[in-house]
Design a protein around this ligand. Structure first.
Ligand code: FPP
Length: 251
């Protein structure tokens, strides 16, 4: 089998023993963080948004190139209306300032997920952030907003059918190009805060060989020390991508 070039989506990361190229987060625990302090849940999401900037800064320092954050899932619409509306407002109101800050730090912003259920203002705000930061060369952040792994796979299938792709041309590489994450390497490391041990419909296709790390720390409390623990854990894994282990195998 011809090895895939390292910069292709789905290809093994050759530097897996050192720094993950792509880290993805299930940012869980905002609600508990707020409840523990006697605050409304929305203030937990605000604290989570603030912490995202620190997390990005630290991972950039550590040499990570891509970060994906699960900010709102296709299932999160079923939360109480007040919380859903609050999350939408939080993003809409914070987006302008956040975008400027990220742009100032040379961060490239992508959206992964559905756009057609977002309010026009939010949709436009996200489009503006993506357009403004398109040429940036620093860390890339994929914001998974109205994202679900199963929905993503279905929309990829629909796209392939719509484009009338010949059946023999449908392989993993082509399929990846129809996903929201097209052009982004698969995540090397998925970190879930808040202590649960579930993937919750996150990056189902892309996580086939991702390393997984769960911490009880709640998302707004995830700091440099906890991040370095996760990175150290990753550095001690032996990634084999389904192949036979050898004594000196690092991938
Ligand atoms: C899960 O915590 C978190 C969310 C559903 C939303 C995450 C959103 C942010 C961190 C802020 C927005 C960020 C961006 C980039 C738009 P939970 O509410 O399930 O917490 P719990 O398990 O303690 O109840």
């Amino acid at each position: 089998m011809v090895p895939e070039p390292a910069d292709q989506p789905g290809a093994p990361n050759p530097s897996a023993s050192r720094t993950p190229r792509h880290v993805a987060f299930i940012m869980d625990g905002n609600g508990r963080w707020a409840t523990n302090r006697g605050l409304p849940r929305l203030l937990g999401h605000q604290a989570g948004l603030d912490n995202l900037k620190h997390v990005l800064g630290h991972l950039h320092q550590r040499g990570v190139q891509f970060v994906t954050v699960y900010a709102f899932s296709t299932e999160n619409w079923d939360r109480p209306t007040e919380e859903v509306e609050g999350l939408m407002e939080l993003l809409r109101d914070g987006l302008g300032e956040l975008t400027q800050e990220l742009h100032g730090n040379n961060v490239r912003v992508h959206h992964v997920g559905r756009s057609n259920r977002l309010t026009p203002e939010l949709h436009e705000g996200i489009e503006r952030a993506v357009a403004l930061t398109r040429e940036n060369t620093g860390i890339t952040i994929n914001v998974a907003f109205d994202y679900g792994g199963r929905e993503e796979i279905l929309q990829a299938c629909r796209g392939i059918i719509e484009d009338q792709v010949p059946i023999e041309a449908v392989d993993e590489r082509l399929f990846s190009k129809y996903l929201y994450t097209a052009g982004t390497p698969d995540p090397d490391l998925i970190i879930r805060t808040g202590g649960e041990l579930r993937l919750s419909n996150f990056l189902l296709w892309q996580s086939a060989y991702s390393e997984y790390y769960s911490t009880h720390v709640l998302w707004p409390d995830l700091d440099a020390i906890e991040l370095d623990k996760a990175l150290a854990s990753y550095q001690n894994r032996h990634r084999r991508f389904g192949k036979v282990n050898t004594a000196d195998s690092l991938d």
